[in-house]
Design a protein around this ligand. Structure first.
Ligand SMILES: NC(=O)c1ccc[n+]([C@@H]2O[C@H](COP(=O)([O-])OP(=O)(O)OC[C@H]3O[C@@H](n4cnc5c(N)ncnc54)[C@H](O)[C@@H]3O)[C@@H](O)[C@H]2O)c1
Length: 353
């Protein structure tokens, strides 16, 4: 039976939820959208039209929607600073929650949310869209297959040309502290942590904002990480890059193992396997191409379905809130490291919960 969903937040990305992610899951009977919520009436109208809801199922107040419309779970796509208020309301009404990343805009709120979900005995997961995209899932399958041998190091590059005001879609990113880390690198550090396959122990970061970036907070970062299983990683990120060499959905990731290397660049995946040849050399772009995995749903289309299956007794989601605090810990450890100029013990942030 399809599960009843109240969706909250129809801004720039919330419109995609309505016109794409929720819609595809309504179409195949996974869910039914029973109400929509946004403070902005124009946004509500856009969502209503995408999903064909009656006007009386559109609310400007989440508390009222939760009180008046029977539902199984809510989906949350408001700005990060407002996630906690919506999640608290949902938990108080006995709803499960599928929330946009990041869990919250501070580590304290992240840990509070995870604690409140546990105490309420509800399910909550986070839409780490990019980890569940087709290209990253293909790379992940290669790494998990063991073909590369033990993983030694990971390198990831994200370079977007979004330096002008409003170039990164919504105003809040230009006005917040640490837009790159909180809004962008949350995905990338999450992917690195997943590929590493262990908890991050130590992280050192430097973040900054070039003069030309029309943002209040830092748009650029270099982060180095050491994981509990010995994997080391380095992340370079920028949303003020001159030309956007590896922007969202086209990032560069290299995973180096004992026996081989896998590279994802601009959605192409290739592997290079070590041969027993004296001092061999290779060149990127000329490795063995790997066809991308095929399945009907990726990113949030797939995550909504995973959430519904989990609620229905299926396997727990990998991005359930108690696991996903690790991605937030990487972000907030990077912020702390950059401020204090020293390495940070990442699990100290998680243990504070
Ligand atoms: N997974 C991804 O790839 C991805 C991409 C973009 C954005 N996001 C996430 O989606 C979320 C929204 O981002 P956005 O770019 O759409 O932001 P946005 O500012 O464009 O939209 C936010 C919307 O939330 C509404 N809102 C705020 N507080 C509310 C409240 N209390 N009740 C009801 N509505 C409220 C606003 O009116 C606005 O329409 C963020 O968490 C962001 O990180 C994720």
């Amino acid at each position: 039976m399809s599960q009843r969903v109240i969706h909250v937040g129809i801004g720039v990305f919330g419109r995609r939820w309505c016109s794409e992610f929720l819609k595809s899951n309504v179409a195949d009977g996974t869910i039914e959208v029973v109400a929509l919520v946004d403070l902005d009436r124009d946004a509500l109208e856009a969502g209503r039209q995408s999903l064909g809801l009656p006007a009386e199922r559109c609310y400007t107040d989440a508390a009222r929607a939760f009180d008046e419309v029977a539902a199984d779970f809510c989906t949350v796509a408001v700005t990060p600073a407002h996630h906690e208020a919506i999640i608290d309301l949902a938990l108080a009404r006995g709803l499960d929650v599928l929330c946009e990343k990041p869990i919250a805009d501070t580590m304290e709120a992240t840990l509070r949310i995870a604690r409140n979900v546990r105490r309420a005995g509800r399910k909550m997961a986070v839409t780490m869209s990019h980890r569940f995209d087709q290209d990253k899932t293909t790379l992940r399958r290669i790494v998990r297959s063991g073909v590369l041998g033990r993983i030694n190091a990971i390198g990831m590059r994200f370079q977007g040309d979004m330096r002008q005001r409003m170039a990164w879609s919504s105003l809040f990113r230009h006005e917040m502290a640490d837009p790159l880390l909180v809004e962008g690198a949350i995905h990338h550090l999450d992917i690195i942590g997943d590929l590493a396959g262990a908890r991050c122990e130590t992280l050192f970061a430097t973040t900054w904002k070039p003069d030309w970036a029309e943002y209040r907070g830092d748009t650029d970062a270099i982060v180095t990480m050491a994981f509990a299983n010995g994997v080391r990683a380095v992340y370079e990120g920028s949303v003020s890059h001159p030309v956007g060499l590896n922007t969202f959905y086209k990032e560069y990731i290299r995973v180096d193992g004992e026996r081989g290397t896998a590279i994802l660049a601009h959605r192409d995946v290739e592997v290079f396997m070590r041969q027993d040849i004296w001092r061999q050399q290779h060149r990127e772009g000329r490795g063995q191409k790997v066809a991308l995995l095929q399945q009907p749903k990726w990113i949030n289309h797939w995550l909504i379905e995973q959430f519904a299956r989990w609620r229905d007794g299926g396997p727990p989601m990998e991005t359930r809130v108690e696991e996903n605090v690790q991605a937030s810990a990487l972000v907030f450890a990077a912020i702390e490291s950059s401020r204090c100029g020293a390495p940070v013990a990442v699990q100290r942030l998680v243990d504070a919960g």
